[in-house]
Design a protein around this ligand. Structure first.
Ligand code: ATP
Ligand code: MG
Length: 374
């Protein structure tokens, strides 16, 4: 496998490479990870693990490689097992030797194996722009053969960019926002505001399942559940319908800011997308984001729902996100929500609330891994 962006890291490259190797070892316990020229050799992944591997932040390109003995007959067998995709008409062999004592030079290997592949497969040689480039690497004990390179997601390994706190609703967008941050190297902590007075053991299975899905990229995810029911009820009683959503989100931000500082997270992350719903106009985002001083990040702000949904599908959160979920009480949602809230009106309204409990609201915390029981 190869990592392109990590190579831009100059003197720090070693830290990124080490972190990626560590992440692969921790996420795929039975695997071996060996540093090779330009990437890693990762051993023993099964079909389902390969799909997960493809979504791992930091991996730009990879190929499913075969390991065999170094004699020509065995290498030829592996070559014939390379998958030729529909429409692939040309090929080249790219042989290299890390063991220079090997009896054939790279040129000789290219010739011998090229002739063999041409005869058996009937594809034409194209050295400049082949449809399939068959690599044969001769090591000291074994040979490695691989063909089509597949795209990984690229980006940076999780854990190289500091910690962020991601506000996770039960919807499609926020798990994708958390993933986008992980893809840029951030270590994500999730915070969810639940429509309950007390958090009991019955934390929504949906939220746990979303966290478990995201843990496939990070191994262990810290999930915090905040009981938000009392505050929601107070907002319903004291705030006019058109401002309820904005004030509720300001409360979420204020509580998240305090907890983020305690958890050493440097930013709040949301799944906001400009104009998607009434609470996401520039005016309303100003009213909500202005309620706290910590850095706020919205990685999906310029993305359309279809683009976001595509990513959700790829990372496996979509089927969970579309399950029904009572996130907030139906009384909460105004028929005509304010789309251009004025900060002064919002603050005036907020002054009428009893927020003395805000600082004492304690989340219940869970450490979620892919295999956590529900
Ligand atoms: P999503 O945006 O994930 O599809 P949604 O559309 O229900 O869910 P919005 O009402 O669009 O959520 O809220 C915008 C953002 O606010 C969410 O992406 C999320 O980051 C945050 N948010 C909303 N509700 C909650 C909640 N109950 N707990 C934590 N964060 C929330
Ligand atoms: Mg949304």
């Amino acid at each position: 496998m190869h990592f392109d962006e990590i190579f831009l890291k100059g003197k720090n490259q070693g830290i990124f490479v080490k972190k990626l190797a560590e992440n692969i070892r921790r996420l795929f316990l039975n695997t071996t990870v060996k540093r090779i020229e330009g990437g890693f050799f990762v051993g023993n992944l099964d079909e389902s693990q390969i799909e997960r591997f493809a979504g791992m932040p930091g991996i730009a390109k990879f190929a499913e490689a075969m390991v065999c003995k170094r004699n020509l007959a065995d290498i030829q067998k592996c070559l014939l097992m390379q998958n030729i995709l529909p429409g692939q008409k040309t090929f080249r062999i790219t042989a290299s030797r890390s063991d220079k004592q090997y009896e054939l030079t790279s040129d000789k290997l290219n010739c011998e194996l090229g002739k063999y592949f041409f005869e058996k497969r009937g594809l034409n040689v194209d050295l400049k722009n082949p449809d399939i480039n068959c690599h044969v690497d001769i090591g000291r004990t074994h040979a490695v053969v691989y063909g089509n390179l597949r795209d990984g997601v690229g980006g940076l390994p999780v854990g190289t960019a500091g910690r962020v706190m991601c506000l996770l609703s039960g919807g499609i967008d926020s798990p994708v926002a958390a993933y986008q941050m992980m893809k840029r190297g951030a270590d994500a902590t999730l915070i969810h505001f639940q429509n309950q007075t007390r958090v009991t053991d019955e934390v929504s299975e949906k939220i746990i399942d979303l966290a478990k899905k995201l843990a496939q990229f990070q191994l262990v995810i810290h999930l915090l559940i905040v009981p938000f029911g009392d505050l929601q009820r107070q907002i319903i009683m004291k705030v006019p319908a058109d401002l309820r959503m904005i004030i509720s989100r300001r409360m979420m931000f204020k509580i998240s800011e305090r907890i983020a500082r305690e958890e050493k997270c440097q930013a709040l992350v949301t799944g906001d997308s400009l104009g998607q719903v009434a609470s996401q106009t520039l005016e309303n985002l100003t009213a909500v984001y202005g309620s706290v001083n910590i850095l706020k990040l919205a990685p999906l702000i310029g993305s359309n729902k279809t683009e976001i949904t595509k990513i959700a599908e790829r990372i496996g959160t979509l089927p969970i996100s579309i399950r029904p979920y009572e996130d907030c009480c139906s009384l909460f949602v105004a028929r005509h929500p304010q789309t251009k809230a004025r900060v002064s009106d919002v603050e005036k309204c907020e002054n009428g609330l009893d927020l003395s409990g805000l600082d004492k609201l304690m989340p219940i915390s869970y450490n979620i891994s892919m295999s956590s029981p529900c």
